[in-house]
Design a protein around this ligand. Structure first.
Ligand code: NAP
Length: 297
């Protein structure tokens, strides 16, 4: 059997960002509205700093207004809540994102609840999760939206397909399953207590792995010809022993890519698959929020 088609998320995301930039320009020209995204970073976590910098750069590159608020790791929760309240009331801001994880003394649930649902571009607020589950228009978590775009691009109509999502987080697994259900797939959500996970996965025409365990999904878990979407981002020591000894790492997904691509029909690589879609979909959500907050649908 020929190797799988490799789904190029990097190219798809670049195209999507280009289309968003055109829509932003039109929104400015026709209505005088510049979509605005505020990102709040608490503390100095190096990975979060990189994400936040990338978000800011890509927001500006799309022609949007970008603001980053950096708060010290020991910020008191009322101060953070005050900032969120001010951003909720700021007419120049249409999307608010607090970069997670936050330090342990802050409540992620309270933070998510404090963000106005119409500006909740991460789609984590219970109002948006409930709207998604009820089939109503919602701001939906960026990474699952990006996975759906890739799947529809490569497969077309998803109706009737058997989909298995491994992982049930509010950020990834649950909204992914809801989106697949809304696209008329027959959906199974698997998790750490699922019995005989390989057998469950082998039923899938569409297999989405959102676990956080390096190369867990093996070739013999995959139905021949299936579409495999690998959401995982895991760090392993670099292949080169000297580099590994120097502390260098490499990023791998939740799927054992080299063997999986000999069985799957199409598959996302890590890096370069799902990852680049997340920020592109954040820009898309910010544009959507700007339109809706201005009564433009
Ligand atoms: P999470 O909140 O830790 O959830 C992981 C899920 O995997 C849980 O539902 C857990 O089950 C399940 N799980 C853990 N071990 C398992 C096992 N051995 N067998 C079956 N299921 C197992 O993680 P997340 O936020 O959803 O993220 C998942 C992965 O996607 C991570 O690697 C993350 O870095 C990556 N991610 C990437 C992007 C991106 O590309 N931009 C965005 C978001 C997440 P239980 O519920 O039973 O514990």
């Amino acid at each position: 059997m020929a190797d799988a088609t490799i789904i190029d998320g990097k190219a798809f995301a670049a195209d999507l960002r280009g289309r968003i930039a055109e829509e932003v320009a039109a929104l400015k020209a026709d209505h005088g509205i510049t979509p605005g995204l505020a990102v709040v970073l608490v503390g100095e976590d190096p990975a979060s700093q990189i994400y936040v910098r990338n978000k800011g750069e890509q927001t500006e590159a799309a022609g949007m207004h970008s603001v980053t608020h950096r708060l010290p790791a020991d910020v008191a929760e009322p101060e953070l809540m005050g900032l969120i309240a001010a951003l909720n009331d700021d007419p120049a801001i249409h999307g608010i994102l607090v970069q997670f994880p936050v330090p342990a003394h802050l409540s992620q649930d309270r933070i998510v609840a404090a963000i106005h649902p119409d500006k909740d571009v991460d789609g984590l607020n219970v109002i948006n999760a409930g709207r998604l589950a009820s089939g109503l228009p919602a701001l939906t978590a960026c990474t699952p939206v990006g996975c759906m775009m890739l799947l529809k691009d490569v497969l077309g109509d998803l109706k009737g397909k058997r989909a298995v999502v491994i992982g049930r987080s509010n950020l990834m697994g649950k909204p992914m399953a809801q989106l697949l259900l809304a696209a008329d797939c027959t959906v199974t959500i698997a998790h750490s207590r699922t019995v005989d996970l390989p057998a469950v996965c082998r039923e899938a025409d569409i297999l989405v792995a959102a676990v956080g365990r390096a190369e867990m999904v093996k070739a013999d878990w995959i139905k021949p010809g299936a579409a495999v979407i690998d959401v995982g981002i895991n760090r392993l020591p670099a292949r080169d022993p000297e580099a590994a000894a120097a502390g260098k790492t490499r990023v791998v997904g939740d799927v054992a890519f080299d063997e999986a691509k000999t069985v799957a029909g199409c598959i996302t690589p890590v890096p370069g698959g799902v990852g680049p879609m997340t920020i592109a979909c954040l820009l898309q959500n910010t544009l959507t929020a700007a339109r809706r907050l201005n009564g433009l649908g």
